[in-house]
Design a protein around this ligand. Sequence first.
Ligand code: ITT
Ligand code: MG
Length: 196
Amino acid sequence: MKEIMIATKNKGKIKEFQAMFGDDWKVLSLLDKPFDDIDETGSSFEENAKLKAETVRDAWNCPVIADDSGLVIDALNGRPGIYSARYAGVDKDDDANMDKVLAEMEGIEEENRTARFVCVIAVATLEETHVFHGTCEGMIATSKQGNNGFGYDPIFYIPEKRKTMAQLSAEEKNAISHRHHALEKLRRKWTDIFRQ
Ligand SMILES: O=P(O)(O)OP(=O)(O)OP(=O)(O)OC[C@H]1O[C@@H](n2cnc3c(O)ncnc32)[C@H](O)[C@@H]1O
Ligand SMILES: [Mg+2]
């Protein structure tokens, strides 16, 4: 089976990448092969995605993919943005992060609740690094709904589906998500990048 290393410790991302790559691939992550936490010191999704992919590539000398993603809310001037994982202070407390967003969005009218998920995938080969951007448009709900997915999915409402991202099945999310769109762009370049 073909293997690909994704420099992440996020179980939600790992599950989605495995589903999107399919059964021909074994998706490996930093949960399979431990790596010290990487400080996300970049000032954009792109910088942080590159940082994660290149740090692990340099350490292990093999091609590495990384994903930096987050929620961009218009009414909050783009916050939480690159700080999505640590928005409420403690790193990766999804409930606290969503509560903070819901509190900040209180009283904001429906038409001003527009937001998007952004995903930047960086592919660091031994020679160079490529980046691919994907977005998914939606609105910030007024309460949490649904149990699927991860992160901010319960408060991300998709008007076309009349559901939050967390109310979609994994298949439905993986057909429309920011991660899906970025991965599709990578797919189109895959043979150029890996020459295989
Ligand atoms: O850095 P790694 O190890 O990959 O894992 P992470 O969780 O820290 O990932 P990021 O630094 O990219 O932070 C992204 C945060 O944005 C949120 N997020 C990203 N993709 C999401 C998705 O598909 N659905 C809901 N929330 C998402 C989620 O809260 C993540 O923790
Ligand atoms: Mg992170």
